[in-house]
Design a protein around this ligand. Structure first.
Ligand SMILES: Cc1ncc(COP(=O)(O)O)c(C=O)c1O
Length: 388
């Protein structure tokens, strides 16, 4: 019999607990129950029509071949123009690399910066795939507990405390998943200065850029050209299924990343790149900004509603579409609590444990990727669950 041996790295990969929640939600839905999906980390809106039409046109024109591994030159130029239009910033197109989503960019960033056994510092709670991608690439992560004091974000002090001889990079996301908090510009500036002094690299995931509610949106590129900036068409642009994103890197890294990208992806998806050209147009952004405003309305409803129910939200989320809430008043085991809430009231959330270990049992994440009516109904159901 053929031996069924998995690599240690794949065996050790941690599962997402939200998958259990999704399976449970699916089973309940099949029994005819109404489920309020607040666990989903993607916009409920379908991709905007002009973008879809651009994709259809690309197909009709048989744009079905590989592009260069670093992406279509016109898309790299269009992203440079986007930085100019949005932030009055000059970014050389040569530094812009088109990737299969931010996920592809994260893989390229880690593989170009870290050798086996090197480590990257990141926030706990944080986006869970970062740890797993590093693990798959034989690199290590050091998760730093973050709290409300620092907007649930890394800062120079916490990074200095954890930096060691094997540390090559620190990674942040602003706005953050799961907390929706923005890294204040000053905090990012001192963090970037510290990392540069250590000859390391700061990786800044800006995937939720554009979904920023009252603060000024900014990019880390305004602060330093030395960092790796990751972005994506998934969230603000509403193109999750198109698997397209980008990364801006210091020029020195472009050749190496080109070689890695050629080998692991060959090229980013061609049709999606043509569609992305339309996503970046000023006319399309009118549609996308209206969607952003709707997300803001939902946040403005959900945040006080949850606080009224007794959840503690230590920092007002200013971006993305998440609220990371402390549910300690109701439970000290948020995973079981989330499962019971789903069973009894049909509301699906993501348990804190999916984002790390720091106070994870006391937290859960609400995604407001549902219509206002559904959110209103979900809040009533949570109220009934708590008051039972
Ligand atoms: C912080 C963060 N980074 C990266 C990703 C990956 O996104 P994509 O590969 O769809 O661009 C996600 C997805 O939820 C995310 O929340």
């Amino acid at each position: 019999m053929t031996s069924q041996k998995l690599s240690t790295r794949s065996r050790e990969l941690s599962p997402f607990h939200v998958m259990d929640i999704l399976a449970q939600a699916k089973a309940l839905s099949e029994q005819g129950r109404t489920i309020y999906h607040m666990e989903i980390g993607e916009p409920d809106f379908a991709t905007a029509e002009p973008i879809v039409n651009a994709g259809i046109k690309a197909l009709q024109q048989f744009k079905t071949h590989y592009t260069p591994a670093l992406g279509l030159p016109e898309l790299r130029h269009a992203i440079a123009e986007y930085y100019d239009r949005k932030f009055s910033l000059t970014v050389k197109p040569e530094r812009i690399i088109i990737t299969p989503g931010a996920s592809g960019a994260l893989q390229l960033a880690i593989s170009s910066l870290l050798d086996a056994g090197d480590n990257v510092l990141l926030a706990d709670p944080g986006y869970p795939c970062n740890q797993n991608i590093a693990h798959i690439l034989a690199a290590e992560t050091i998760a730093i507990p973050v709290s409300a004091e620092n907007y649930f974000q890394l800062d120079a002090k916490s990074v200095a405390q954890h930096w060691n001889a094997k540390t090559r990079a620190a990674m942040v996301a602003t706005p953050s998943n799961p907390t929706g908090t923005i890294l204040p510009k000053q905090q990012l500036t001192s963090l970037s200065e510290f990392v540069e002094r250590k000859q390391g690299r700061l990786i800044v995931d800006e995937i939720y850029q554009g979904l920023v509610y009252e603060n000024d949106d900014y990019t880390a590129l305004e602060i330093s050209d030395e960092c790796f900036v990751i972005n994506s068409f998934s969230k603000y642009f509403g193109m999750t299924g198109w698997r397209i994103g980008w990364m801006v890197v210091p020029e020195f890294y472009v050749d190496a990343i080109d070689r890695i990208a050629q080998n692991i992806f060959l090229a980013p998806p061609t049709i999606s790149q043509y569609a992305a050209l339309t996503a970046l147009k000023a006319e399309t952004q009118v549609i996308l900004d209206a969607r952003r405003d709707e997300f803001k309305q939902r946040r403005d409803f959900l945040l006080p509603a949850l606080e009224q129910l007794g959840f503690e939200i230590a920092v007002k989320p200013q971006g993305a579409f998440y609220i990371y809430a402390n549910c300690e008043r109701f439970t000290d085991d948020s995973f079981s609590w989330v499962k019971n809430l789903l069973n009894e009231q049909g509301v699906a959330l993501t348990p804190g444990i999916d984002f790390g270990t720091h106070l994870a049992d006391k937290h859960c994440r609400f995604a407001y990727t549902q219509s206002m009516e559904k959110l209103e109904r979900a809040v009533e159901c949570i109220d009934a669950f708590i008051g039972r």
